[in-house]
Design a protein around this ligand. Structure first.
Ligand SMILES: [Cu+2]
Length: 223
């Protein structure tokens, strides 16, 4: 029993080693007006109004959602997890819209809708995969072939878009609705951190992570 307790203590102390990269990705300027998407093309989708989520800012207008924050330079490379990333299709929108992953990780696309989607993955302008997914069909499991930023579009519904930002390491997070993020258990060291947004581009910062401390890279976008 004593050994078990000692092991649990050891696990607890090592599981939270390192520091944290955390903060709010800030937004300044005029918050975009959220026009409703034109979804009349498919009666299945047309019933609900959905605001254009391309640039989503927090309620106070100061934080930016759907930004992938990641260590771009300085972190040890990691093998892709065996578990695929998941993108679901619900109400004729992709969920999540933006997420991070590890280079080489697979992605599975589910169709929770009662309508046909055509899942079209791009690396830049190059097609990575392109497959119709009728309602009730099994998830599509796709390899991303060295893609760093995967864009997923639907050839049936022009408004649908999802993004997967793939890194060589496991240190990444996506900002919440209020623009906040946290990357935990980062080994102490100097890093280049990058923020990626689907429309507003990228920002980067040089930071130093110290044991047991949190550092905010103060990443900022202007609208
Ligand atoms: Cu669709």
């Amino acid at each position: 029993m004593k050994t078990l307790i000692a092991l649990v203590h050891l696990w607890a102390s090592t599981a939270h080693a390192g520091g944290t990269i955390a903060g709010t990705v800030s937004f300044s300027g005029a918050a975009p007006k959220h026009k409703a998407l034109d979804r009349k093309a498919d009666p299945y989708c047309a019933g609900t109004n959905v605001a254009d989520p391309t640039v989503t800012v927090s309620k106070d207008g100061k934080g930016l959602a759907n930004v992938v924050v990641r260590i771009k330079v300085g972190a040890p490379a990691a093998a892709p997890p065996a578990e695929p990333l998941t993108i679901d299709q619900q109400g004729c929108m992709y969920t999540p819209r933006v997420q991070g992953g590890v280079l080489g990780q697979k992605v599975q696309v589910k169709n929770g809708d009662g309508t046909l989607h055509n899942v079209h993955g791009y690396n830049g302008t190059k097609t990575v995969f392109n497959q119709a997914q009728p309602p009730g069909s099994k998830p599509l499991l796709k390899e991303l072939k060295k893609t760093e930023v995967l864009t997923v579009k639907c050839d049936v519904h022009a408004w649908m878009a999802a993004y997967v930002v793939l890194s060589s390491n496991t240190f990444f997070a996506t900002t919440s609705a209020d623009g906040t993020f946290a990357i935990n258990d980062v080994p102490p060291g100097r890093y280049t951190v990058e923020a990626w947004h689907e429309k507003l581009g990228t920002r980067s910062a040089e930071i130093t992570v110290e044991e047991g401390k949190a550092v905010d890279p103060k990443l900022a976008f202007q609208g």
